[in-house]
Design a protein. Structure first.
Length: 177
């Protein structure tokens, strides 16, 4: 599920920002990889927008290792859940291995985003005032049903292609790989 985020300012102001679901990379004609964009500062939009969250391969490998360790917080209760999540994480690694471009803004498509530092006071990318960015919960939203190539560029789809990918995403569930 997408997260709810807070941006706290030292003067007491608080802004809420919401993640969104329904974003997919099209890796092959029948292979989708879902992803959750997160809030970031887009220099082109001059606003906080959602942007691709491209983790570092080391982070994903660490998650896979935790997933394989009985008793860890990430160890799922069912073998099916473990296999599905591991396949998803391996799909993310495969995406990163072929990816050349930096993360993109989901609104304008430009690779001009700056991510907030999570959990510590840091300067706002535009104003420089100190802010604290953190995930504070989960949210549920409608599905965006937007599809991107592995470089993060939104695909222009025919109606038939859109229907195909919509159907594929719904049949595969969240961990589309």
């Amino acid at each position: 599920m997408p997260a709810t985020y807070e941006l706290k300012y030292q003067d007491g102001r608080v802004e809420e920002h919401f993640g969104h679901r329904g974003y997919y990379y099209v890796l092959e004609a029948d292979t989708l990889l879902s992803f959750f964009p997160i809030p970031a500062w887009c220099r082109n939009c001059d606003a906080i927008t959602l942007a691709e969250d491209l983790q570092k391969p080391e982070q994903i490998k660490s998650e896979i290792k935790e997933l394989e360790t009985p008793g860890s917080a990430r160890f799922p209760s069912s073998p099916e859940a473990r296999v599905a999540y591991q396949s998803y994480l391996e799909g993310r690694l495969a995406l990163l291995a072929r990816r050349k471009s930096p993360p993109r803004c989901m609104k304008c498509g430009k690779a001009e985003v700056t991510f907030f530092v999570s959990g510590e006071w840091s300067p706002h990318p535009k104003t420089g005032e100190l802010i604290m960015f953190s995930a504070v919960g989960m949210c549920s939203t409608n599905f965006a049903m937007r599809f991107f190539n592995p470089e993060g560029e939104e695909l222009t789809l025919t109606e038939i292609e859109q229907e195909h990918y919509d159907s594929l995403a719904k049949s595969q569930g969240f961990f589309c790989v």
